[in-house]
Design a protein around this ligand. Structure first.
Ligand code: PLP
Length: 384
């Protein structure tokens, strides 16, 4: 049978897999432990930290959606990134982008300070800088595209080609788009990372993560480590995430349509100084995004024309859009990266990454576009 379309894989997530009772929806297995059939005769599952039927079902759906051979469900997105670090021995190098998610930046720089590995930080949109960094032979390259919060685009296929020359493993954080809009393994990546907290679950009620590998051997190595260090996800979280994933393709359609309406306002309003969105033809990575992405997504960052006082006024006049961390949920959220999501970066690192104090990051939800735009417009119009 031909490979199913993503809308089918998502809607059918976990459906009809219960051989025991024929439950149509994947059952929630809360048992932490599983009996042996007899002495030294294990069943498929033995202890829930290693795996359990519900997380196993979620892992297989995520592997199908990303086109990977092996997925590991972790208890947070950061746990998936910590799991990636297990590929590194002391003295090994990891190459990360200068503008990755603040929490990832904090993890890598602090573990490096303890001597667990060496971290090299470059602007990965500059391929000459990447080539130079590759001379140091990193073992792992982390790519985040579009990046958080400036939505910079990195050419996955080109980085993977360069990485192959030095035998580096390429892991792509695909949190900002989801497999519905970008499938990095198809462009040569070895690993895809997700904070499933975001679009994959989509309802802002589960924190979770996943790491999906193109090849089984790497997947098995990382699954061994996930069990060893205890970062695997829980059954109830997996159950809820399976429920969320069923509407991922539908949600993405609405998120994307609403974003177009929001862009029309932001790109023409005099109180907005700059808009960052890969779908705009003047965006740094527009051509690459058009080539490697299926759509441009629903994350938009922008800078206001005014200073601190206007920023505070704008944010506090919003009545529908909530000032909160996170993204990818059905509700529209706005964040101030400098003081929120990227507070883990010091002022110098923020400046190097281009995160100005007037930057705001909007996660466009699936409410009516009319209401989202009206809320932004009244808050912008009120600025003097
Ligand atoms: N990767 C990206 C791009 C993120 O934006 C985040 C969180 O915002 C993470 C990873 C970490 O995920 P979690 O918050 O689920 O640990």
């Amino acid at each position: 049978m031909s490979k199913r379309q993503s809308a089918t894989i998502a809607a059918q997530a976990g459906i009809n897999r219960d051989a025991h009772y024929g439950a149509v929806v994947a059952p929630l297995h809360m048992s932490t432990t599983y009996s042996l059939k007899g002495f030294n005769q294990k069943r498929q599952f033995d202890y829930a930290r290693t795996a359990n039927p519900t997380t196993y079902t979620l892992a297989s759906v995520l592997a199908d959606l990303e086109g990977g051979r092996h997925a590991i469900v972790t208890n947070t997105g950061m746990a998936a990134i910590l799991l990636l670090c297990q590929l590194l021995h002391s003295g090994d190098r990891i190459l990360i982008p200068h503008d990755c998610y603040g929490g990832s930046y904090r993890l890598f720089t602090h573990l490096a300070k303890r001597g667990q590995f060496i971290v090299d930080i470059v602007d990965q949109t500059d391929l000459d800088a990447v080539r130079l960094a590759l001379r140091k032979k990193p073992k792992v390259i982390l790519v985040e595209t579009p990046s958080n919060p400036l939505l910079r685009i990195v050419d996955i296929a080109q980085i993977c080609e360069l990485a192959r020359c030095v035998d580096a493993v390429v892991a792509v954080d695909n949190t900002f788009l989801s497999p519905e809009l970008q499938r990095p393994l198809e462009h040569g990546a070895d690993i895809v990372i997700h904070s499933t907290t975001k679009f994959i679950n989509g309802h802002s009620d589960v924190v979770g993560g996943a790491l999906i590998c193109k090849h089984r051997a790497l997947g098995e190595e990382l699954a061994w480590w996930a069990n060893c260090i205890g970062v695997t996800g829980g059954a109830f979280d997996a159950y809820q995430t399976l429920r969320g994933i069923k509407t991922l393709p539908l949600r993405i359609v609405q998120h994307s349509a609403n974003t177009q309406a929001v862009l029309q306002l932001l790109t023409t309003h005099k109180q907005v100084a700059k808009v960052y969105y890969p779908g705009l033809s003047d965006h740094q990575g527009h051509d690459i995004a058009s080539k490697q992405q299926i759509g441009y997504g629903s994350m938009v960052s922008f800078e206001l024309a005014g200073q601190d006082q206007q920023l505070r006024q704008f944010v506090s006049s919003l009545t529908l859009i909530t000032l909160a961390q996170s993204l990818g949920g059905v509700e529209s959220l706005i964040a101030h990266p400098a003081t929120m999501t990227h507070a883990g970066m010091d002022a110098k690192a923020q400046q190097q990454a281009g995160i100005s104090p007037s930057l705001l990051r909007l996660s466009v939800g699936i409410e009516s576009a009319l209401d989202i735009v009206a809320d932004l417009k009244q808050a912008l119009d009120a600025l003097t």
